[in-house]
Write a protein that binds this ligand. Structure first.
Ligand SMILES: Nc1nc2c(ncn2[C@@H]2O[C@H](COP(=O)(O)OP(=O)(O)OP(=O)(O)O)[C@@H](O)[C@H]2O)c(=O)[nH]1
Ligand SMILES: [K+]
Ligand SMILES: [Mg+2]
Length: 448
């Protein structure tokens, strides 16, 4: 990317809508806005009604023009926004007119945000927060994304990084000024500070799965014997015919997912193939479905095990084999059983339900909801580690700090601390040696 290129794109979703927004960013943005509107630019950050014309002078649409002169814009560059009516022909007309402007080219995916990052408007965690916000499906996901976009994670990372740099700056200075061992009081304070950081990192790492899981959703796999009513339950919960239901055992083969919002938390409910032993040379497609069902059950956070209440005497053995302490057990088809009793299975408390009448679905949903609240609710206080990338960097930083604590010589400890700070800098995308110098000059008188 070269900063001198001017880019443009439709910033709202394509298709019909009341309003569509097109953005132009770069040195030619003002020129393009003048050319299309045939008038001077509006005052900075003030919306003005303008007619937009193509190169033949034909009116494409009337709409609002906004002018954000750099550096006070999202990208840090000159940026113009055209708000027009959101029809396919209007949008295409605007895109064609912008393409005809010299020096303009269509933006690549993420290029506006990339420019905002390059201009120092957002760091990497804030960029990720913005992406998460655009993808957020539930309230809790939105809250986490807004916090991260607002810099909560970066402030936490920067705080750790500043503390590491501070310790290492003191060590480097002591090393420079003497060629012997570190003074004992300095060595003790280094140890104390580094040990405190290691402890905080351990807490953050122990909690890190929460933020990642909130981005992805709690995964629930529905398992059970063929015809237990798994697909019927999925449909009843989703309120639509997401999966095929039939009286033929072995109907479901592919994993069918439905996204739920339970108390603001994302849950991905997956219907799977019924578990059963297939005869030799049996249906290979069903066998593949069963393999996928088992794989999904193994990686799910929760298995929702469905048993047939019409046959209470012999709960399916293959399903019982998959029960774990985080399983939720359901007797389905209670309408056929003629009783609402839900005897425990292998010691697991069960819920009585009927996909047909809807009975018991409330209890089932509130059980899932309370599991989601337990999993996610607690984690909302601290800025979350939301990506494997963050976790890997923190694990690496922890190793560096642990090595620094055990280092046989102060020079080696200082090197490990430098590495720890760099690792953290990778999370926010601000790896910068100038910082180390800044701290040194800040804390020590130059004349000394
Ligand atoms: N009476 C009654 N019938 C049900 C209930 N739930 C499902 N059924 C019926 O049971 C049969 C099997 O239902 P499915 O939802 O296809 O069962 P499944 O567990 O997904 O079956 P496979 O995909 O083949 O493993 C269908 O004929 C459903 O109409 C229920 O609660 N009550
Ligand atoms: K079936
Ligand atoms: Mg099914």
């Amino acid at each position: 990317m070269t900063a001198s290129e001017t880019i443009f794109a439709l910033s709202t979703a394509p298709g019909r809508a009341g309003v569509a927004v097109l953005r132009v960013s770069g040195p030619m943005a003002g020129e393009a806005a003048r050319a299309l509107s045939g008038e001077d630019l509006p005052a900075a950050r003030e919306a003005r009604l303008r007619g937009f014309r193509n190169e033949a002078g034909e009116l494409i649409d009337k709409g609002l023009l906004l002018w954000f002169p750099g550096p006070n814009s999202f990208t840090g560059e000159d940026l113009a926004e055209f708000h027009v009516h959101g029809g396919r022909a209007v949008i295409q007309g605007m895109i064609d007119a912008l393409s005809h402007q010299t020096g303009l080219r269509p933006a690549e995916a993420g290029e506006f945000t990339r420019r905002a990052f390059d201009a120092g408007k957002l760091d990497l965690t804030e960029v990720e927060g913005l992406a998460d916000l655009i993808n957020a499906e539930t309230d809790a996901q939105r809250r986490q994304a807004v916090r991260q976009m607002g810099g909560s994670l970066s402030r936490r990372i920067e705080d750790w990084r500043a503390r590491v740099l501070h310790v290492s700056a003191h060590m480097e200075a002591a090393i420079d000024f003497s060629d012997e061992e570190l003074p004992e009081d300095l060595a003790a304070s280094v140890r104390e500070n580094v040990a405190a950081l290691v402890k905080e990192l351990d807490t953050a790492l122990a909690e890190s799965w929460r933020g990642e899981r909130l981005r992805e959703g709690l995964s629930v796999a529905i398992v059970g014997a063929p015809n237990a009513g798994k697909s019927s339950l999925l449909n009843a919960i989703a309120g639509r015919d997401a999966a095929i239901v039939s009286e033929t055992a072995g109907t479901t083969r592919d994993v069918v997912e439905v996204h739920l919002d339970l108390a603001g938390y994302p849950v991905i409910l997956a219907d799977t193939a019924g578990l059963r032993e297939l005869p030799e040379g049996g249906d290979g497609i069903e066998a593949e479905g069963i393999r996928r069902a088992r794989a999904r059950a193994a990686e799910a956070d929760i298995t929702l095990a469905i048993f047939d209440a019409a046959a209470p005497a012999s709960p399916d053995a293959a399903t019982r084999d998959l029960l774990t302490p985080s399983s939720v057990v359901v007797w389905n088809k209670t309408d056929l059983a003629g009783t609402n009793s839900a005897p425990a299975i292998d010691g697991y408390e069960a819920i009585a339900a009927s996909a047909l009448t809807g009975q018991g679905l409330d209890s089932l949903l509130s059980r899932l909801e309370s599991i989601a609240v337990d999993q996610f609710g607690l984690g909302e206080a601290a800025p979350a580690i939301t990506r494997a990338r963050h976790r890997t960097a923190l694990e690496e930083m922890r190793l560096c700090l642990a090595r620094a604590l055990d280092a046989p010589a102060p020079e080696l400890a200082a090197e490990d601390l430098r590495l720890a700070a760099r690792t953290l800098g990778r999370i926010t995308g601000r790896v910068d040696v100038e910082d180390l110098l800044d701290v040194i000059f800040h804390d020590f008188c130059i004349g000394k």
